[in-house]
Design a protein around this ligand. Structure first.
Ligand code: AMP
Ligand code: GLY
Length: 428
């Protein structure tokens, strides 16, 4: 199949690897990709936010499937003009992508579909926000209503900090004040063709920057899959009580959700509840979920994009477990320092069961300042906050963790940061 993937992160690299590992050979293009992706498949310099450029390329190259990786192009509505030109797209149109783009929209859909979630109030003024904070009590949860790249959410026991966060984000629009949901978090991805859904394997993401879940929220610092502590009925429960009602509600509103429904869930004492929906694969969870997927991903995504999930068996997964640890630049998430050389990736990938999914990497030319020792003129450079994901498979979590940390220890990035406790609780 000829497939075009939009995006440039480790999630997209993981998707590429999955597609290229299938028995059937595919021609895979990525726009714009990164240095790691470019080593494996052609990258094209097209802005994923430009629907005309994307559609022109897809038509010219007879692309049979476009996969939209990140949320920004989905929320901007890039999928719609592609579909209008007859191209199969894995990714919802602008209307259904509001499930991720607007927390207020997501809450309305959940209310109407009877999907379990925390109580929430949309506040347009500080007085409204304050009343809601006092109604729900501590810990306080305040969210910007819109895309804020992970910075819009504050969970805090400090009422003053909650009010300050509300004040700050009220300048940009409404805020949502939510009831705190207590329990372990789970990310479950489901393929959706607008009517039917098929679940992938659950994963857990580590959202905070530092060990022990300290520090600020990030895009995600690591993940593992599967989750051995979940009850066997978990996936069926999410399909029946959360994913299907949501997808059917959007279908009834004539805004079908076609693509990847990311359910961000909390297992509370009173059942599984939704914290958030996303309209695309999660990063870094995708790196561990696809690492274990044995059903061809291309077939699943094409079936979802063309209304063909009905009657397909559930996707299958290897019995091995997967762990991923994210390497981030110094200063991430507030102010990442970029442009620094990156080395040791070959040594990392020489560890058994390990590979590296690139995120913010470029092949660049380093200044000849004599400081870089054996660096060749053309070197790998870190160009963003989350730089790469080290992924390790193992027969159990102790083995996968050991491999992942052995490998990431071989990678050199000045000021690079990573958590040391990813999957520690399941390895014991
Ligand atoms: P979100 O961007 O909505 O996923 O929020 C980011 C993170 O904040 C989540 O992964 C949770 O760890 C935390 N969080 C958000 N909403 C709640 C909530 N209602 N109760 C508890 N924790 C929450
Ligand atoms: N890992 C969280 C996300 O992709 O939104």
């Amino acid at each position: 199949m000829r497939i075009l993937i939009l995006g440039s992160g480790a999630r997209e690299h993981a998707i590429v690897k999955s597609l290229l590992s299938e028995d059937e050979s595919h021609e895979v293009f990525v726009a714009p990709g990164n240095a790691g992706i470019a080593r494996e498949t052609p990258v094209v310099d097209i802005d994923p936010l430009d629907p005309v450029a994307v559609a022109d390329f897809a038509v010219e190259r007879a692309v049979e499937l476009v996969v939209v990786g990140p949320e920004a192009p989905l929320i901007a509505g890039v999928a719609d003009p592609l579909r209008e030109r007859g191209i199969a797209v894995f990714g919802p149109g602008k209307a259904a992508a509001q499930l991720e783009g607007s927390k207020a929209f997501a809450k309305r859909i959940m209310d109407e579909a009877g999907v379990p979630t925390g109580r929430a109030v949309r506040a347009a003024t500080l007085a409204e926000a304050e009343a809601a904070l006092d109604e729900y009590g501590a810990p306080y949860v305040v969210k910007a209503d819109g895309l804020a790249a992970g910075k819009g959410v504050l969970v805090t026991p400090d009422r003053g900090a909650a009010l300050a966060h509300a004040t700050r984000w009220l300048e940009h629009g409404a805020v949502l004040v939510e009831e705190f949901l207590d329990g372990p978090e789970v990310s479950l991805f489901l393929l959706s063709d607008g009517h039917e859904v098929l679940p992938l394997s659950p994963a857990q993401d580590y959202k905070r920057l530092l060990d022990g879940d300290a520090g600020p929220n990030t895009g995600g610092m690591g993940a593992y899959s599967p989750l051995p502590w979940l009850p066997g009925t978990f996936v069926d429960e999410v399909v029946e009580t959360i994913a299907l009602p949501t997808v059917r509600r959007l279908e009834a509103e004539q805004t079908p959700f076609i693509g990847l429904l990311y359910c961000g869930l909390v297992v509370t004492a009173s059942g599984v509840k939704v914290i958030e929906f996303n309209a695309r694969f999660g990063d870094p969870e995708t790196q561990v979920v696809l690492a274990r997927l044995t059903t061809p991903l291309s077939r699943l995504m094409l079936a979802a994009a063309t209304g063909g999930l009905a009657g397909l068996p559930r996707p299958e997964f290897a019995s091995e477990v997967a762990v991923t640890v994210v390497l981030a630049s110094e200063g991430y998430p507030e102010k990442p320092i970029t442009g620094r050389p990156l080395a040791g990736l070959d040594a990392a990938e020489a560890v058994p069961g390990v590979w590296v999914d690139h995120a913010a990497t470029e092949v660049g030319t380093l200044p000849d300042d004599g400081l870089h020792g054996s660096w060749t003129a053309e070197s790998l450079i870190a160009t963003g906050g989350r730089v790469l994901s080290v992924v390790a498979l193992g027969s159990d979590f102790a083995e996968a963790r050991e491999r992942a940390y052995d490998a990431i220890g071989k990678i050199h990035l000045e000021g690079g940061q990573y958590r040391t406790d990813i999957a520690a609780r399941v390895a014991r």
